[in-house]
Design a protein around this ligand. Structure first.
Ligand SMILES: C[S@@+](CC[C@H](N)C(=O)[O-])C[C@H]1O[C@@H](n2cnc3c(N)ncnc32)[C@H](O)[C@@H]1O
Length: 339
């Protein structure tokens, strides 16, 4: 099986095409991900390091490690800043070299759609995350979520059957459909799985700013455009331009991108156990206080001449309710009466 379906051979071209927008996605994703503040974090399929860099700037403790199968991205001079702030290396999401539980959280931004065996990648992310760690992911090519992509693909699909086939492959991918990421997280045995939809804006200066990055050869769009004849490419360009302008003069356009996101815990009990623990400690303290008072009252207010031993100091927890308290007192006195 090929490790990646994403054509990635030029880091600078990726930055112009998608990296500048994935930098914007990183902020809302990190906020949603809520990775524990301590410990190392892993960015799986880090590309040119948009999320890796944002994570490194956001965290005070622990290293941020980014891995990607595409050596040209990891080695790209365009990502010097990300390289200074974190550890970036070539690696396959399905075969991570890290030890079990090495990270506080493992994140994947827009990469799982392009890993042919996404389930294996999630299992690896789960394995390298510590027991109380978080696994958030964001699926990039949601059904109609990326309006810049739809503008291109829907226009091209009306002209070329090859574009229609490529569009259908992209947008019918299980992770692009509602519930796809949630299912993947649940199948990997993750708990407290929560979905979200994250939105950013992509602001283009003019049509050239929209069109030229598509010719950089990166990802499915780059692969498709790179294989077109000159005639078909200019026919598609003319139609895409008309759609971009939509009757107005050339200039800035702002498009939105929405992405499915999901997060989950390796272990259900972590957050809940903390809460349960606190709750049960409070309940135990309240129970002890209550019964210590009840015991004092019982011994000091007993009827004159009646000799009753006080109730035991460690009553069972069910005696908290009024009904069971009565039951407990009755048991206590009847046991005295039997003596
Ligand atoms: C759309 S890019 C996203 C890059 C980056 N996360 C971002 O937000 O800009 C998808 C990335 O997934 C990477 N990828 C695909 N399959 C992979 C695999 N098996 N292991 C590691 N990375 C992979 C590609 O090389 C590419 O860089």
């Amino acid at each position: 099986m090929v490790p990646s379906t994403y054509h990635a051979d030029d880091g600078a071209a990726y930055e112009r095409f998608l990296g500048r927008w994935t930098q914007r996605l990183a902020g809302p994703f990190i906020a949603f991900a809520a990775v524990p503040a301590d410990g190392d974090v892993l960015d799986v399929g880090c590309g040119t390091g948009s999320l890796t860099l944002a994570l490194a700037q956001d965290r005070t403790g622990g290293r941020v490690v980014g891995i990607d199968i595409a050596e040209p991205y990891i080695a790209s001079p365009a990502i010097a800043r990300a390289r200074r702030a974190s550890v970036l290396e070539v690696g396959d999401a399905c075969h991570l070299r890290f030890a079990d539980g090495a990270f506080a959280g493992a994140l994947a931004q827009l990469s799982l759609n392009f890993v042919p065996d996404a389930a294996a990648a999630v299992c690896e992310m789960r394995r390298v995350t510590r027991r109380a760690g978080f696994l958030p992911a964001r699926s990039g090519i949601s059904g109609a979520g990326w309006s810049n992509q739809r503008l291109f693909w829907d226009t091209a699909a009306a002209i070329d059957r090859g574009a229609a086939a490529a569009r259908d492959r992209l947008f019918s991918h299980p992770l692009a459909l509602p519930g796809g990421l949630i299912g993947l997280w649940q199948e990997a045995g993750l708990m407290q799985v929560e979905p979200a939809s994250l939105i950013i804006r992509m602001d283009y200066a003019d049509f050239d700013d929209y069109w030229q990055p598509l010719l950089g050869g990166q990802g499915p769009v780059g692969t498709y455009v790179g294989g077109l004849s000159a005639a078909l490419r200019s026919a598609i360009q003319a139609e895409v331009r008309a759609a971009y302008l939509s009757g107005a003069t050339d200039g800035p356009r702002s498009m939105t991108a929405t992405a499915w996101a999901v997060r989950g815990n390796r272990r259900l009990s972590y957050g809940l156990a903390q809460a349960d623990c606190r709750t049960s400690r409070c309940a135990a303290a309240a129970r002890c206080a209550f019964f210590s008072i009840a015991r004092k009252c019982f011994t000091s207010w007993r009827p004159k001449g009646v000799r009753l031993a006080p109730p035991p100091l460690t009553p069972p927890s069910w005696v908290l309710t009024a009904g069971s308290l009565k039951h407990w007192l009755m048991l206590s006195t009847s046991s005295q009466a039997r003596r």
